[in-house]
Design a protein around this ligand. Structure first.
Ligand code: ATP
Length: 271
């Protein structure tokens, strides 16, 4: 069952360096993720967020540095052993076959034990639970190739949740989701972290980071320029440096930070 006890895990990049050709994409990146944390990675388009995720997942090899899971090199784990621990929601995905949404999510259940295993009633039940939790039960019988972009995104999130891994790496999971699904997903991520899961997500919306993250890491010019609690990291000057826009940060009646664009016209980044 996906509600089984969650193992305590620590995933970390140590002094990771990565180049594409002569271009340095990531330089001396150290990032540690612990159980119960929601870490939001912020960075402008092309900053290297997906690249760092792919390195943390073992899909790309760093030129220098290493990735360790519970102090063991990632390379020491088989693909199946990694699937037991880390689930991934990629940025964009078009399935080549018109699998039903239920079956796409079922693949998450089989990631751990091999896709040639015959699904058991417990697997189908777990899929049903995840679809219900994400409020997409109505999509179960629809072909994945014939649903909307946001519905595909929810299906991929459901597949990752069904995997039952204790670490979730989510590349811009809110993309394409309507406002209600965005808020419900953030609430669900907070619940998952509360039950001991570790969540790393990238987002282009600093509001989401402030609302859900326990830590924010900021990637700029290939390096981590800041890493810490949201209230310390998110400042108007950081938002301006990252995105070239002016914002005010306010505290609402519940004591939570709110980010509001001032609509002041500022120079483009680097101008
Ligand atoms: N397959 C590739 N070949 C060459 N360069 C690439 C490749 N994939 C990404 N890059 C480059 O590496 C840099 C980092 O890309 P990456 O996708 O990691 O950024 P990102 O922060 O995830 O961006 P976004 O927010 O736009 O999704 C970019 O300059 C990008 O153009």
């Amino acid at each position: 069952m996906i509600t089984a006890a969650i193992a305590t895990e620590c995933l970390e990049a140590r002094a990771v360096h990565f180049r594409r050709g002569t271009r340095v994409i990531l330089s001396d990146i150290t990032l540690r993720l612990h159980s119960g944390e929601i870490v939001a990675l912020l960075g402008a388009n092309g900053a290297g967020k997906s690249t760092l995720f792919r390195i943390l997942l073992g899909f790309l090899k760093p030129e220098h540095g290493e990735v360790r899971l519970n102090d063991e090199l990632l390379a020491a784990f088989s693909r199946r052993a990694l699937a037991q621990r880390i689930a991934y929601v990629p940025q964009a995905h078009i399935a080549p076959f018109p699998y039903r949404v239920h079956d796409v999510v079922l693949l998450g259940r089989l990631a751990e034990t091999g896709i040639f295993r015959t699904p058991q009633p417990a697997d189908h039940q777990a899929v049903g639970e995840v679809l219900e939790r994400l409020a997409i039960t109505h999509l179960a019988a629809r072909p994945y190739t014939e649903i909307s972009g946001g519905e595909r995104q929810l299906t991929l999130i459901a597949r990752a949740l069904a995997q039952g891994a204790s670490i979730l790496v989510m590349d811009e999971p809110m993309t394409g989701l309507d406002y209600g699904y965005q808020v419900r997903l953030l609430q669900h991520l907070i619940d998952l972290a509360g039950s001991g899961r570790t969540i790393l997500l990238s987002t282009h919306n600093p509001e989401h980071a402030v609302q859900a993250a326990t830590r924010i890491a900021v990637l700029r010019d290939g390096a981590i320029m800041a890493d810490g609690p949201p209230a310390q990291i998110i400042t108007p000057s950081l938002i301006r440096a990252l995105y070239g826009v002016a914002v005010s940060t306010l505290t609402n009646a519940e004591g939570r930070m709110v980010i509001v664009p001032t609509m002041e016209r500022v120079s483009p980044i680097g101008a």
